[in-house]
Design a protein around this ligand. Structure first.
Ligand code: IPM
Ligand code: MN
Length: 352
């Protein structure tokens, strides 16, 4: 098995190092032969070779069995609206070129962390849902530009029936393996593209009578996620709504540093934490590596079809938190460093 490792910017390299430690501990235990090849992306790639997703990196991803991705982004570009190349374009290009039309973000709580959630314990305890975000269509990829001498700007949200069908199909398949409820989130009371989503979902729902299909407007969904998170099982939505709702969903677990994701589609799948590059913490050995480590667990499950290996990583992560081995975002009183958390988890796996 060959893994393309793209650490990216900010805290990317240091959290990735912990994920690789973990992956290698699992490989040693199960006698899997894994190889790692590193590639450039993001601001780091812009600085070194002038573009955020270089062709060599793309080729590396294409010929690998999975991609582990850290984070990208650099404040230098955020505050400069005139920048012509941006790190984020690298991520979007990678998603597009690898055909990663589905981003899967499981939202789960950890018993030992319930007190860190901004929501009351009884609301979040047992919350467990999967948000599936469409990742290569919609307003992030539609026609955009300026007219009127630059004084008018536009971004367009476009979806084809085929794009909507393939992501809904995935949603239904997830729901069938879980609690059999699918919530389709849109803004069909206003947007034509959302009406296509809803129309398509209504047709498909007939083919999945074992799944309850629920329709929800995105503004209402934003509220329901924090009011009744336990009511969700599988949620499917378009690109931008999913971007926003999954950030919102991530905080109910107590820390943004915990949530992993898998992006799957036509070519090699990519596994990445949902948080960003957290530049203020870069190089300080304080960032939480857990989301990246859990992304590696998803890699074993989704890309390698090795559920036992994935489960072992989850078990090790839960054990580390129960033992109070956690970074400052979680264990403010007695924090461990990024590398200490990685070492502990890798050690746990070796000993188990
Ligand atoms: C994410 C990120 C990206 C997105 C950015 C960095 C382009 O926020 O993965 O959610 O919006 O898709
Ligand atoms: Mn986002």
């Amino acid at each position: 098995m060959k893994i393309a490792v793209l650490p990216g910017d900010g805290i990317g390299p240091e959290i990735m190092e912990q994920a690789i430690k973990t992956v290698q501990a699992v490989a040693n235990k199960y006698n899997h032969e894994l190889s790692y090849e590193y590639g450039l992306t993001g601001a780091t790639a812009i600085e070194r070779v002038g573009e955020p997703y270089p062709e060599v990196t793309h080729r590396l991803c294409m010929e690998s069995d999975a991609v582990l991705f850290g984070a990208i982004g650099d404040p230098k570009y955020d505050n400069n609206p005139k920048a012509t190349v941006r790190p984020e374009q690298g991520l979007l290009a990678m998603r597009k070129q690898l055909g990663l039309y589905a981003n899967i973000r499981p939202v789960q709580t950890f018993e030992s962390l319930l007190h860190k959630s901004p929501l009351r314990r009884e609301l979040v305890e047992g919350a467990d849902f999967v948000a599936i975000r469409e990742l290569t269509g919609g307003i992030y990829f539609g026609d955009k530009g300026r007219r009127d001498n630059g004084n008018t700007a536009f971004d367009t949200c476009t979806y084809t029936r085929t794009e909507v069908e393939r992501i809904l199909k995935l949603g239904y398949e997830f729901a069938q393996k879980r609690r059999r409820k699918l919530t389709v989130v849109d803004k069909a009371n206003v947007l034509e593209s959302s009406r296509l989503w809803r129309e398509t979902a209504q047709e498909m729902a007939k083919k999945y009578p074992d799944v309850t299909t629920e329709y929800m407007f995105v503004d209402n969904a934003a509220m329901q996620i924090i009011q009744w998170p336990k009511n969700f099982d599988v949620m499917v939505t378009e690109n931008m709504f999913g971007d926003i709702l999954t950030d919102e969903a991530s905080v109910i677990t107590g820390s943004l540093g915990l949530l992993p994701s898998a992006s799957i589609g036509i070519h090699t799948s990519v596994f990445e934490p949902i948080h960003g590059s957290y530049p203020q913490a870069a190089g300080k050995n304080i960032a939480n590596p857990v989301a990246t480590i859990l992304s590696a667990a998803m890699m074993f499950e989704y890309a390698f079809n090795m559920p036992e290996e994935g489960a072992l990583i989850r078990d090790a992560v839960a054990a580390s938190m129960a033992a109070g081995i956690a970074t400052v975002d979680i264990a403010a009183d007695k924090p461990s460093s990024t590398s200490q958390v990685g070492d502990w988890i890798a050690e746990y796996i070796a000993m188990k």
